[in-house]
Design a protein around this ligand. Structure first.
Ligand SMILES: [Zn+2]
Length: 318
């Protein structure tokens, strides 16, 4: 489906426009998949160019690796074993690890968009320092990596008071997978929050501040007019009012899950009650009908209106 949409988008924007964006060179990988990836990257680079008002490198290399050793040496550092891909902006390089690249939670398209977004962002800040929560947040937000799991991750972190301080996310590569998942979810929401609260221009102003070499606190104050302390405080308030257990309940998927659980519990309770009632009837019949004669008034009590006691007895057994 995504491929069809990409083809339509290309038809609308036209190939000449795409010809002005990056060219992708593939090292390894099978030719058919490389062609599919090129299509995804062409469209993503066009979107990024417009969104960030940035020029992407003329040629980008996409290398497909299989071993951790290859992955680390090409990335120039230790890449966590849960990583399916990595971007090396200084070398205009995207690394994809097989077989994880084909098992990425969203899709291979999401992974490619994510890594290309890192390259575009780094070009936008001229290779200067940008905090990891902005870097990963933008890449995840651009690739649309947001599912019900992310909501539950943030909601449970709020419940257990284990939200990460944003600056700590700089160390995401040393996190274990579950903690990294929280870091990605929180980062996504930082960028989402900035776009919602300060708009697209606010986000670009922030990138400009980083591009001029500003540190986090100065960049936020200059670009968004708030101290970083206040920003984080307001961001947490935003999480507290939008990503809680109640959000899960109101989320369509969460609603259906909970409805299914309630239905199963309801079914089990009704079954148990029926079973208990049947047992009770059998017990009662054992004591009441010793002659096994069911042709009398007991079966049709309404035919004997004078026998009130029998009638009551019947109704209590139903
Ligand atoms: Zn990333």
């Amino acid at each position: 489906m995504k491929r069809v949409l990409l083809a339509i988008l290309i038809a609308i924007v036209g190939l000449p426009t795409i010809a002005n964006t990056s060219h992708f060179r593939f090292v390894d990988g099978n030719p058919r998949q490389n062609d599919q990836m090129r299509l995804i990257l062409d469209v993503a680079s066009l979107r990024l160019t417009k969104l960030l008002d940035v020029k992407l490198p003329d040629t980008l290399t996409v290398a497909i690796v299989e071993t951790q050793q290859q992955f680390d040496s090409l990335a120039g550092g230790r890449i966590p074993d849960w990583g399916a891909g990595a971007a090396v902006p200084a070398r205009d390089l995207i690394l994809l690890r097989r077989p994880m690249m084909n098992q990425y939670p969203g899709s291979l398209a999401d992974l490619l968009e994510h890594e290309l977004a890192h390259i575009a962002l780094h070009n936008r800040v001229n290779g200067k320092y940008v905090p990891r929560f902005i870097d990963e947040g933008f890449a995840s937000w651009f690739a649309g990596e947001w599912t019900f799991t992310n909501i539950t991750t943030v909601a449970s972190a709020q419940l257990t008071r284990s939200l990460l301080p944003l600056q700590k996310i700089d160390d995401v590569n040393s996190f274990h997978e579950a903690q990294a998942s929280l870091a990605y979810s929180q980062s996504y929401l930082v960028v989402f929050y900035i776009y919602q609260r300060f708009g697209e221009l606010g986000f670009l102003d922030l990138l400009d501040a980083f591009a001029s070499g500003k540190q986090v606190s100065d960049a936020f104050r200059i670009a968004l007019g708030v101290s970083f302390w206040d920003f984080e405080l307001n961001y947490r308030r935003f999480l507290a009012s939008n990503y809680t257990v109640f959000t899960i309940l109101s989320d369509t998927m969460g609603f259906w899950i909970i409805l299914a659980v309630v239905a199963v519990i309801g079914y089990l309770m009704v079954r148990k009650r029926k079973k208990d009632a049947l047992g009770r009837w059998k017990e009662e019949e054992k004591y009441e009908s010793t002659d096994f004669d069911y042709t009398g008034s007991d079966d049709e009590p309404w035919k004997n209106p004078t026998d009130n006691e029998d009638s009551e007895d019947f109704s209590s057994r139903r």
